[in-house]
Write a protein that binds this ligand. Structure first.
Ligand code: 13P
Length: 342
């Protein structure tokens, strides 16, 4: 393991107020989003959409790394240029989703365990040789009356830690993503408690599996009221609870924290990230940045609708979201930026 190289990669991923663009939806997830907009669910449509994203002019000014899916990392632009080359030319580091999805967990009705450890070492080596420099693995924790269970949190945390150790062995920075889902009616206090237990367990397992914390990026969910909870926390409450929860449970050695958006609206995700940086930047030991998929991509996808004529307008919408989140990293995002095309 080349520790110095791993640290260099993490530093590049969080440098210059940039963030990550998650565009690693699996084929079924991507197809589901296409179906809602009546876009054909074909390999060619997925390729065309990903070409739209990565050829967005000036994207590299706001995005440090893009997380790809196995199909995407092997694809080319219509003119034959490999996607990997397009991203490298834009100064964007290449990341790859390496888990194979969250599956029903035996003995734990309603809960999921993320799979993909078998054969992972060889897959990671191949991705590294293709040019990837970081990877992603997402664990999913649901909140309900009877869960999350200890068994689910432990099993997912151990898998995350084993994945992270394998990544570091081959020279890939692991993005460690324990997502506490927001689609339920829980209060923000409950989300705080669950997130705390999850983070604590994840870092315990990272320690046990000898993962070097300077060489990882944590990708957590924000601490939020559940989507259908009648009491919705304010932007400042979300910022306070999220960063306090992280301060109490994430070692300062971790290089960066890059949030997922989890189904929040694009504007709320930017506003909440902004509030965190505004209130905590001076005393946060880590960069607080973004690794959004939906909160960056959705407006662009809505505009594109699978039509060539809409590509340029969709790219502007994508760039706008990247810019808003880049501003949020500096505590300089303002609601007035929305609709202004800034
Ligand atoms: P969302 O921002 O849409 O939650 O996606 C982030 C991600 O990468 C999920 O694994």
């Amino acid at each position: 393991m080349n520790i110095q190289k791993l640290i260099e990669t993490t530093k590049m991923l969080v440098a210059d107020n940039k963030g990550l663009l998650a565009m690693d939806e699996s084929n079924p997830t991507c197809n589901k989003r296409f179906a809602k907009l009546s876009i054909p669910q074909t390999e060619e449509a997925r390729r065309a959409y990903r070409e739209l994203i990565i050829t967005t002019p000036s994207l590299g000014e706001y995005i440090s790394g893009a997380i790809l899916y196995d199909e995407t990392i092997r694809q080319h632009k219509k003119d034959g240029t490999p996607f990997i080359k397009v991203l490298s030319n834009a100064g964007i580091l290449i990341g790859i989703k390496v888990d194979i999805g969250a599956k029903d967990m035996a003995g734990h009705s309603g809960e999921k365990i993320t799979e993909g450890l078998d054969g992972l070492r060889d897959r990671l080596k191949e991705y590294f040789q293709m040019g990837a420099r970081f990877a992603k693995w997402r664990a999913v924790i649901s909140i309900g009356d009877r869960f999350p269970s200890r068994g689910c949190i432990e099993a997912n945390s151990q898998a995350l830690a084993r994945y992270a150790a394998l990544c570091q062995e081959v020279g890939l920075v692991p993005i460690v993503e324990p997502e506490v889902l927001m689609d339920s009616e829980h209060t923000i206090e409950r989300c705080y408690k669950v997130t705390e237990e999850v983070l604590h367990t994840v870092f315990n397992n990272l320690y046990t599996q000898r993962v070097m914390l300077e060489g990882i990026i944590l990708k957590p969910s924000m601490v939020l009221s559940g989507l259908t909870c009648s009491a919705q926390a304010s932007v400042d409450e979300v910022a306070n609870d999220t960063v306090n929860c992280l301060l109490r449970n994430v070692p300062a050695a971790v290089s960066g924290i890059a949030f997922l958006s989890g189904g929040q609206s694009s504007e709320l995700a930017s506003a909440r990230l902004n509030a965190m940086n505004l209130r905590f930047k001076s005393r946060s030991p880590w960069a607080l940045t973004f690794s959004f998929a939906r909160a960056i991509q959705q407006p662009a996808l809505d505009i594109w609708q699978g039509k060539e004529a809409n590509v340029s307008e969709a790219q502007q919408a994508l760039l706008h979201r990247a810019k808003c989140n880049w501003a949020a990293r500096q505590g300089e995002y303002k609601a007035a930026m929305e609709g202004s095309g800034v």
